[in-house]
Design a protein. Structure first.
Length: 208
């Protein structure tokens, strides 16, 4: 797979300047992170308060790439809307950069009989393609489904993949590689739990 080209963050500064008056500080950055996340999520469902902002964001994503906006979300707490979108972005990046690893981890996780029953509310865990398609639609500002369902399904997928990596680590005879896989599995499981909690907040209308 060819290495992806990352876009220059300079455009982000321009977007800051045009969107928030005055100098940029942590509070303003947090405000902008929440505003962009909400605009993208609500825009596709026709609920945006500022359609002009949605159009500008979609244009920015098309011209510069989602990396430009995701940079804003990276410091947001996990159980916030920008924090949830940041985690969807990371899942999407992992699947794009390491598709074979993701598929192997997912299949190994499905092979664990207890996994499917452990994922509340998801009868059939979604596959990588399903999660990627949903993440792409959310991050492009054209998602018109239920956010809580999307987050639950992303959580289910990550939980399956994390289980698969943990099983692979347990069977790996090379200690150093097994440690890396175990750490990655632990990180993914934490992400799955965070997405599950944000799904509950989205369902109750408390995700900000």
């Amino acid at each position: 797979m060819a290495e992806r080209q990352h876009h220059r963050p300079a455009r982000l500064d321009e977007f800051h300047a045009e969107t928030i008056p005055g100098s940029v500080d942590p509070a303003a950055t947090s405000e902008l992170a929440h505003a962009t996340a909400r605009a993208l999520v609500d825009g596709g469902r026709g609920r945006a308060n500022d359609p002009a902002l949605v159009r500008r964001l979609v244009t920015l994503v098309e011209d510069e790439g989602i990396e430009t906006i995701a940079e804003l979300w990276s410091l947001s707490p996990a159980e916030t809307l920008p924090g949830a979108l940041w985690r969807l972005y990371l899942i999407r990046e992992w699947a794009q950069r390491n598709p074979h690893q993701v598929v192997r981890a997912y299949r190994a996780g499905l092979a664990a009989a207890e996994v499917a029953g452990a994922i509340a509310g998801v009868v059939i865990p979604p596959g990588p393609e399903d999660v990627m398609e949903t993440a792409d639609r959310i991050l492009a500002g054209v998602f018109d489904g239920d956010l809580d369902v999307a987050l639950d399904r992303a959580s289910a997928f990550v939980r399956v993949a994390a289980t698969g990596l943990a099983f692979a680590a347990g069977e790996d005879s090379e200690e150093a590689r097994a440690r890396v896989q175990t750490a990655r599995a632990s990180s993914l499981m934490r992400t799955a739990l965070e997405l599950e909690r944000t799904a509950r907040l989205a369902r109750s209308g408390d995700l900000e």
